[in-house]
Design a protein around this ligand. Structure first.
Ligand code: NDP
Length: 400
């Protein structure tokens, strides 16, 4: 019997939903590169319902208990008195998600002697100390592709929201105002602008494809070049350095994982190389950016806008400067956890658990760490080391 500890975000303030805005989800069989959607033997949930909060339990309880395992689900993850810390000592598997991350630091891993696997129900395993997992021989897996397209849609939305000054204009409506000049004094067309992505992986490439019809000039920076046919199809300009990309782009979107190589890649020095008045969208990870440098660049006008849904730590303390800096379009971390995405990552988590318990290989594309080294998607997109430093600050969050 295995003990599985699953950390999920809180239920809605008004209680777990009794009904939903829509009755079904569109049927999608494959991701754009041909990878199949998750293939668990069965699911015990209705796609389109809230699975990612505590009462949704990722739809796992029936399956785990029927197979004699114990499931503990909690949102209590920060501080020494958290339920997560209390339950870790005999846990075999920890399931967490990036939206409300259970930071699996080296200290926590050391306090979990039976821990064999950490599953990210989503994409982005930077909240786990990958070096500590490698050193202990713990498997780390994530549900690759489950929400890449969801995030890309969010990026497209945020680019348009910033460039066209949507959020302040919407606020005029809520506030009963009608000053058109106030709304449009910062409003532009996206058409013709230079738009660049840092990383053209699953999300970055999708963003490029979604933006193509806006007649923008598309750029990307990545360690590996895309196939020539894709570069031609999208009329892409490749840059081999961040500086080269940011010098020409009006809009920059970050779409690489957080790992020691990318931590704080946007900082006071690199921000100087942006065009004055550029827009920066970051739905990848908060720690790719130096927190105070972003706020300062918005104050000075070096950046015209910043939007995204990723912070560090999460949840962000009430006094996090990104809550109050000017010209931002921040949301809590939601882009990869639409109801549509939840159905995919709940099924993917179940697939990973079935493989583990049945002694079958976990899909290579889901692996981040296995056998003491980076593996699968981890070997391609991450670098060894730890990016969880400072996560204890999440304990300062207090809900109003
Ligand atoms: P992929 O693995 O498909 O793509 C990641 C890309 O990043 C790869 O192309 C990789 O390049 C590139 N990359 C890695 N390091 C660097 C670097 N130093 N410089 C430039 N490029 C680099 O992942 P996804 O596109 O699906 O997801 C990307 C990230 O987005 C996730 O790791 C996660 O942090 C975040 N995310 C956020 C979500 C949200 O809800 N906000 C949800 C899902 C993901 P190469 O392979 O060429 O080395």
């Amino acid at each position: 019997m295995a003990k599985v500890v699953c950390v999920l975000y809180d239920d809605p303030v008004g209680g777990y939903p009794k009904n939903y805005a829509r009755d079904d989800l569109p049927l999608i069989e494959r991701y754009p590169d041909g990878q199949t959607l998750p293939t668990p033997r069965a699911i015990d949930f209705r796609p389109g319902t809230l699975l990612g909060s505590v009462s949704g339990e990722l739809g796992l309880r029936k399956y785990l208990e029927a197979n004699g395992h114990q499931l503990v689900v909690t949102s209590s993850k920060d501080g020494v008195d958290s339920v997560l810390d209390r339950e870790l000592h005999d846990a075999e598997i920890v399931i967490s998600q990036p939206f409300w991350p259970a930071y699996m630091t080296a200290e926590r891993i050391a306090r979990a002697p039976k821990l064999k696997m950490i599953v990210t129900a989503g994409i982005g395993s930077d909240h786990t100390d990958l070096q500590a997992a490698m050193d202990r021989g713990i498997t780390v897996a994530e549900v690759t592709y489950c929400n890449s397209n969801s995030v890309a849609e969010h990026v497209a939305m945020m680019i348009l929201a910033l460039v066209r000054n949507y959020i302040p204009s919407y606020r005029q409506v809520l506030d009963g105002g009608w000053n058109i000049a106030d709304c449009v004094a910062r409003s532009y067309d996206l058409e013709g602008m230079n738009v660049g992505t840092v990383a053209a992986g699953r999300i970055g490439l999708r963003v490029l494809r979604l933006l193509k019809p806006f007649d923008v000039k598309l750029h990307y920076m990545d360690r590996h070049r895309l196939p020539e046919s894709v570069e031609k199809e999208l009329n892409l300009t490749h840059h081999s350095s961040l500086e080269s990309l940011t010098r020409v782009c009006d809009v920059v979107t970050l779409n690489c994982p957080l790992h020691p190589e990318t931590e704080h890649m946007i900082n006071p020095k690199t921000l100087k190389n942006f065009k004055r008045g550029a827009y920066l969208i970051n739905t990848a990870r908060g720690k790719l950016c130096d927190r105070d440098a972003i706020a300062a660049a918005l104050e000075s006008g070096q950046l015209a806008g910043y939007a995204g849904d990723v912070w560090f730590p999460q949840p962000a303390p009430a006094d996090h400067p990104w809550r109050r800096m000017p010209h931002h379009g921040m949301t809590p971390h939601i882009s990869g956890t639409s109801l549509s995405a939840q159905a995919r990552y709940a099924a993917g988590t179940r697939e990973i658990l079935e493989s583990y318990f049945e002694g079958r290989a976990i899909r290579n594309e889901y692996l981040v760490v296995q056998g003491g080294k980076l593996a699968g998607v981890g070997a391609h997109s991450y670098s060894a080391g730890n990016a969880t430093g400072g996560s204890e600050e999440a304990a300062r969050f207090r809900q109003k």
